[in-house]
Design a protein around this ligand. Structure first.
Ligand code: ATP
Length: 432
């Protein structure tokens, strides 16, 4: 008989939350399931004996996808208030897709949590992912053919659009969280989808007892993921160094790199460099599948006139350089509006701000073929024309751009002092 799982001790709780002190206020993301109820209970206990622990607000997202979801949210609010937290419910409204609803719900949930955090003045969001979640993630990635980065599974912290996502319970087993709740006399809600074998995670979970009998328990799998994460960070550091010396960041928000740098690098390193470039140029929306990146790399290296689209981003080889850029002509490049005093992130890459005394509200859209007339500076024939056409331009009502700030070009001098632009995130290998 295996020993009964131990509740999480007070000392262990202090260790789990030790890294949070730089934050003054945090969000606890609570679904009402056992893991996040335990997160809330543990944090309540920790805060009551740790005066310097950040202040916390509980946020529960009602996905409004099944009967009873509002009751689950009410259950979380009641339990949070009993533990001395203030709690808010956020409902997922708007269009919901007919397929892949799980992924859409996750994306909406993170967006809603991020918005709630910034409204509440919180700088971190804590979720209750456990060691079991980590082990299941590792297995799912293995089944999908992931490389080193994917097999590193979930990092303990990551940036979520300016807020830190923290997973303090990644080293704690689900059974121990349940034991903790049991000991504290706190209930939880069972999500019926946790038993739905339509979901890969649920099917992986069902394999766990058989794997554990061969020594592949959640701890072993999660520890392996952690070792791979360590190796992954080492490769990332190599890629950063390579990018810092060899990747040219063009003012228009596209990148280029000598093909010789790719051929001389280790295969893993050059693939990472490609993925990093695609992620930055593409606004970090989604990356390519590993096999697709491998095929693309083989073509870039083998074909001096290679051109292709990968993960929504264009790759073009021109002589001995490869260019990575977004295409203006394809659907998807946005048209956004900014009022005087406002700012926005265009296409996930450019931050554009308008001074309060700017002459007018503007539209930001790709400059398209107009760049030829406007004359982007310094770009001779070595840069593919399509790369230049995807650069953001500022329009003030008419068809003619009043400015292409990335090129330092102002067709109408009244705008020169009132538009500020920069990259929204650092290009590969650079720090802003
Ligand atoms: N509806 C929600 N509202 C707020 N946070 C949520 C919600 N759903 C999930 N989360 C957060 O994301 C984490 C991981 O989500 P996941 O879907 O794996 O968990 P779950 O099975 O819904 O619930 P739990 O982890 O609480 O048992 C949760 O532990 C929780 O912190």
């Amino acid at each position: 008989m295996p020993a009964a799982p131990e509740p999480v001790s007070v000392d262990e709780t202090a260790r789990v939350f030790a890294g949070l002190t730089p934050h003054e206020r945090i969000v606890l993301a609570v679904s009402g399931g056992s893991d996040s109820m335990a997160l809330m209970a543990l944090y309540g206990r920790h805060r009551s004996i740790t005066p310097e622990a950040p202040d916390a607000v509980v946020v529960t997202v009602d996905h409004d996808l099944r009967a009873g979801s509002a009751e689950d949210a009410g259950f979380v609010v009641d339990a949070a208030e009993r533990l001395g937290f203030s709690a808010i419910v956020r409902r997922w409204t708007g269009d919901k897709p007919g397929s892949d609803i799980q992924a859409a719900a996750r994306e909406a949930r993170y967006r809603i949590l991020r918005e709630a955090a910034s409204e509440q003045g919180a700088t971190a969001i804590l979720t209750a992912h456990t060691r079991d979640d980590q082990a299941e993630t590792f297995l799912m990635r293995l089944a999908r053919g992931s490389g080193l980065k994917g097999l590193s599974a979930m990092p303990a912290t990551r940036d979520l659009g300016g807020v830190e996502l923290v997973r303090p319970l990644l080293g704690v087993g689900r059974d121990r969280l349940r034991a903790t709740l049991h000991e504290a006399g706190i209930g939880f809600r069972d999500d019926p989808s946790n038993g739905n074998t339509r979901f890969a995670r649920v099917r992986m979970r069902a394999l766990m007892p058989a794997l554990a009998s061969e020594g592949l328990d959640a701890k072993r799998l999660a520890d392996t993921a952690a070792r791979l994460a360590r190796a992954d960070r080492a490769v990332d550091a190599m890629v950063e160094r390579l990018a810092a010396t060899h990747v040219e960041v063009h003012e228009g928000g596209f990148l280029s790199c000598p093909v010789a740098v790719l051929t001389e690098a280790e295969e893993e390193v050059r693939l990472r460099l490609l993925v990093a470039a695609l992620g930055w140029v593409g606004g970090g929306v989604y990356g390519p599948r590993l096999e697709a990146a491998e095929r693309a790399m083989a073509r870039i290296i083998g074909d001096p006139v290679a051109r292709m689209t990968l993960a929504g981003t264009r790759l073009v080889r021109r002589r001995d350089r490869v260019f990575v850029f977004r295409e203006a002509g394809r659907a998807g490049l946005p048209r956004d509006h900014v009022a005087p005093g406002g700012s926005l992130v265009w296409d996930g890459r450019f931050r554009i701000a308008l001074a309060p005394d700017a002459p007018d509200a503007v539209t930001v859209a790709p400059v398209g073929t107009a760049w030829r007339k406007l004359g982007g500076r310094g770009y001779d024939g070595r840069v593919p024309a399509a790369a230049l056409a995807a650069v953001p331009a500022v329009y003030a009502g008419g068809d003619e751009a009043v400015a292409v700030p990335a090129f330092g070009h102002f067709a109408d001098p009244r705008w020169a002092g009132s538009i500020a632009t920069g990259f929204a995130s650092p290009p590969p290998g650079r720090r802003l």
